[in-house]
Design a protein. Structure first.
Length: 336
C-alpha cells in the first residue's frame, strides 16, 4: 500500500509538471520556418507565453562586410588622351615618315596615281561600312588582298580633308588550294588593347623555317575573325586568329607579293621594325602602356611613337572578283 501511495503521488506531480510546460510552449515534432507547420482545423488554443515571461526579439545577423574606405581605394587611372594634331602638322609628319620609309624599308614604293586612288577609295568605303568615323588625323594600314596586287599602303586619314597615300610594300595574304589555309577576310580590324600582341621567339619548324620572322619580330594580334576556307569550293568558313607578322627573312621574304599565308598578313622585316619603332598602328597600345606594365614590356624602350599613330587595319580587294579563285578540286588534294 505504501508503494502504491508513493506511485500515485509521483503520477500527480508528473501531470502537474507537464501542464506547466505545455502552458509555456506548444510541443512540435520538428523545427519549421514560420508558416510552414501543418494546417489545423477548428479554433486553436492561445499559445501566447504566460507567467510574465518576456520573449526576446528574433536573432539577427549583423552585416559582416566592412564598408569601403575611400582613403584606402586605389587612385583612379590617369589615361592620357590620344594625340591630336592639326591637319597641317599631320601632313608634315606623314611626309617625314614617307621619306624615312623610302630610305629604310626594303621594297618600299609610293605607287602610281591610279594605284594610290584605288587604295584610298577602297579604304574609305570599308571604314564607312564599318561605321568607324575618323575623328583625328591618323595613319591607317590598308592591305589589298587582290592576288594580282598583294601590297599594303599606309594612308593618312583626315576627318575633313582628302586622305593621302604614303606608300607601302609587298605583302602575302591567305592562299588557296592548300588544306587548312584560309583566305584573309576583307574588312576593318582594330588593334585594340583588349588583346596583347607578342614577339617572335625565332624558333625554326621541322623544315628550318622561322614562320613569324626572326627573334624579336613584332606580332600584331587582330583577334578571332571569320574567314573562308581556301581549300574548299563550297565557301565554307571558319575562325582564324588574324595576325600581322614578318616571315622567314632567308627563305620566304622573297615570296612576298604573292598569296602564301595561312590567312595572316605577312610583311617585310624592315616594315615590321619600322611599324614597331614608330608605333604606326599602336595608338591604343601606347595609351595602355601608361598604366599597364604588360604593354610597357611589349613596346620597344627606344621607340619614337608618331603623333599620327592609328589603330586600324583595312583589308580590301581591288580585283574584279570579290574573293580569290578557289581550285574546285582543292579539297580532294592531300595536305602539303
Amino acid at each position: 500500500m505504501r508503494d502504491v501511495s508513493r506511485l500515485t503521488r509521483f503520477a500527480v506531480l508528473l501531470c502537474a509538471s507537464t501542464t506547466m510546460v505545455v502552458g509555456l510552449s506548444p510541443l512540435a515534432a520538428c523545427a519549421r520556418p514560420d508558416g510552414a507547420g501543418p494546417e489545423l482545423s477548428g479554433p486553436q488554443p492561445d499559445t501566447t507565453p504566460s507567467l510574465g515571461v518576456s520573449v526576446p526579439p528574433p536573432a539577427s545577423n549583423p552585416p559582416t562586410d566592412t564598408p569601403p574606405r575611400p582613403d584606402l581605394a586605389p587612385p583612379p587611372l590617369d589615361i592620357p588622351d590620344l594625340p591630336v594634331v592639326s591637319d597641317e602638322t599631320a601632313q608634315e609628319e606623314a611626309s617625314r615618315l614617307a621619306v624615312l620609309m623610302k630610305h629604310t624599308i626594303k621594297g618600299f614604293s609610293t605607287y602610281t596615281p591610279e594605284r594610290r586612288r584605288a587604295f584610298l577609295t577602297l579604304a574609305k568605303e570599308q571604314v564607312t561600312q564599318a561605321n568607324m568615323p575618323i575623328s583625328r588625323p591618323q595613319l591607317i594600314m590598308v592591305v589589298d588582298r587582290n592576288e594580282q596586287i598583294q601590297h599594303l599602303d599606309y594612308v593618312l586619314a583626315l576627318p575633313d580633308v582628302p586622305w593621302e597615300s604614303l606608300g607601302g610594300t609587298p605583302v602575302s595574304t591567305g592562299t588557296t588550294g592548300r588544306k587548312y589555309y584560309y583566305i584573309t577576310p576583307i574588312g576593318v580590324f582594330q588593334n585594340t588593347a583588349d588583346r596583347l600582341g607578342y614577339r617572335a621567339e625565332g624558333t625554326k619548324n621541322k623544315n628550318g623555317i622561322r614562320g613569324i620572322g626572326a627573334k624579336g619580330s613584332r606580332v600584331w594580334d587582330m583577334g578571332w575573325q571569320t574567314a573562308m576556307k581556301g581549300w574548299l569550293p563550297r565557301h565554307e568558313t571558319g575562325q582564324i586568329r588574324l595576325e600581322i607578322h614578318a616571315t622567314d627573312p632567308q627563305f620566304l621574304e622573297w615570296r612576298l607579293g604573292h598569296p602564301a599565308s595561312e590567312g595572316c598578313i605577312r610583311i617585310p622585316a624592315t616594315m615590321n621594325k619600322f611599324m614597331d619603332h614608330y608605333g604606326l598602328i599602336d595608338a591604343l597600345y601606347e595609351q595602355a602602356a601608361s598604366y599597364d606594365p604588360r604593354f610597357q614590356a611589349l613596346l620597344p624602350k627606344d621607340r619614337q611613337p608618331t603623333p599620327i599613330a592609328g589603330d586600324l587595319v583595312v583589308v580590301v580587294d581591288s580585283g574584279p572578283l570579290t574573293e580569290p579563285k578557289i581550285d574546285p578540286i582543292a579539297d580532294k588534294r592531300p595536305l602539303p
